[in-house]
Design a protein around this ligand. Structure first.
Ligand code: PSV
Ligand code: MN
Length: 428
């Protein structure tokens, strides 16, 4: 654990400077007159972005993996890491499990374990991209040629049953959503029929949707390639929308920021999905070329800001309540440090988007004043909102400087001593 007193001690070094920066910003925002520091800070205090259970361990590529040491060995230890993260940021109060990477034998016990540490269960992820001995009877069936798109009805049934199992498990954990990302696709043109594959997936998703308990949601997550390199069944936001519509009313689309072909206008995709009421959530990360899973906001911070602008537009001035999660692979950084930085980047983009003078922007748009419209957006984007984000963290008991506080707490050293240097987070 990272104790609140340790954070409070660390905060003392930064409080005077933060107060000065906040005063300055309060004055500047009061002069602008459309939003106050208090409005932004209280919205940030309410905001939470989930951490995925697979991102507290080191990622890797097919060219190697460089373990950071002290990686969690069990789902309980993953929860411990997310609780440490949340103690520092105040914005990561939930964990998203991936089954069977996480498949607790005692879900009620796990729920108590998480509750005791102030952590809730976000959307459940079903894994039908690797063989799953617990549901296939020792790998008798294989997902080599797809799961819900498979030509073999027995394999489709195994994959659907796995999704139902994940929902039932999620109910016991207090989760309220299922995210379905499928590896199904085509590697070689002609290998499978685009339409037949799609229709098989749509039919299966409808059956899975029928299994959702009251109050549950289901998210379809698209991705253009990998592991299928010619076509994936849920390739793009259009396919995702069609699948969500086919699945049922409680299905909507999840946008992973890395799951787009280069230069896609993701903020426009967000606007379209929100417009038709089928925007379900996000997997935050950043990328230069493909699904690079880099630190959120590290490559295209302006895009992240514009996405939050569209979200606030969709929510009539407020952030819609969707499934917000970070989905990254930490190849050379300490995973917790990368998650601290990504959570900060998400909060910064949200705060900047709250600074957009929407009335002035609408006026500029109505008058076709492109220069003024751009100036309004860039004034918001170029405001240094870090004091607002730091103050929101401080008010939730978190750290003004979370990276510094994390290092000062010696958390990584402590978990290396406890868990060992060569542990591998289950799943990856
Ligand atoms: C696929 O690349 C993805 O983005 C999906 O969300 C998976 O569930 C996750 O990564 C973990 O592999
Ligand atoms: Mn994802």
């Amino acid at each position: 654990m990272i104790e609140p007193e340790a954070i409070a001690d660390h905060n003392r070094q930064h409080e005077a400077r933060l107060a000065r920066d906040l005063d300055h910003l309060a004055q500047a925002l009061a002069d602008d007159g459309h939003v106050t520091v208090e409005e932004v800070i209280s919205a940030l205090v309410e905001f939470s972005v989930a951490a995925p259970s697979w991102a507290v361990g080191t990622g890797g590529t097919r060219f190697g993996r460089f373990p950071v040491g002290g990686e969690p060995r069990t789902t309980e230890e993953k929860i411990d890491d997310v609780a440490a993260l949340h103690a520092l940021t105040g914005s990561n109060g939930s964990i998203s499990l991936h089954v069977p990477w996480d498949d607790p034998e005692d879900p009620e016990g796990l729920r108590r374990y998480a509750t005791d540490r102030g952590i809730r269960f976000d959307a459940m992820n079903s894994n039908t991209f690797q063989d799953n001995p617990s549901t296939t009877g020792g790998g008798r069936f294989t997902y080599k040629f797809g799961s819900l798109a498979n030509t073999d009805p027995a394999v489709r049934e195994v994959a659907m049953e796995h999704n139902r199992h994940v929902i039932d498990l999620g109910v016991k954990l207090g989760s309220e959503a299922l995210t379905v990302w499928l590896a199904d696709g085509i590697n070689h043109p002609g290998q499978a029929d685009h339409r037949d594959q799609f229709e098989r997936v749509a039919g299966c998703l409808r059956e899975i949707h029928d299994h959702l308990p009251d109050g549950w949601h289901m998210y379809t997550e698209h991705k253009p390639y990998e592991p299928a390199f010619y076509a994936t069944v849920n390739q793009d936001w259009g396919s995702s929308l069609l699948l969500a519509q086919a699945a049922g009313e409680r299905a909507s689309c999840l946008v992973d920021l890395g799951h787009h072909l280069p230069n896609a206008n993701i903020e426009q995709i967000v606007s379209r999905l929100a417009m038709v009421g089928r925007l379900g959530g996000f997997h935050f990360n950043d990328s230069k070329y493909g699904d690079d899973d880099l630190t959120t906001g590290s490559i295209k911070p302006f895009q992240l800001f514009l996405i939050f602008g569209e979200l606030i537009r969709a929510g009539d001035g407020k952030l819609p309540s969707l499934a917000y999660m970070i989905d990254q692979s930490h190849n050379i950084k300490d995973p917790l440090e990368d998650l601290i930085q990504s959570t900060g980047a998400v909060s910064i983009a949200y705060a900047q988007a709250m600074l957009i003078d929407r009335t002035a922007l609408q006026e500029a748009q109505a008058g076709n004043d492109a220069a003024r419209a751009q100036h309004i957006l860039q004034s918001a984007f170029r405001t240094d909102v870090r004091p607002l984000v730091a103050e929101a963290r401080r008010r939730t008991g978190g750290a003004i400087d979370p990276l510094g506080a994390y290092r000062a707490a010696g958390y990584r050293r402590a978990v290396i001593d406890l868990r060992g240097t060569n542990t591998v987070a289950t799943g990856l």
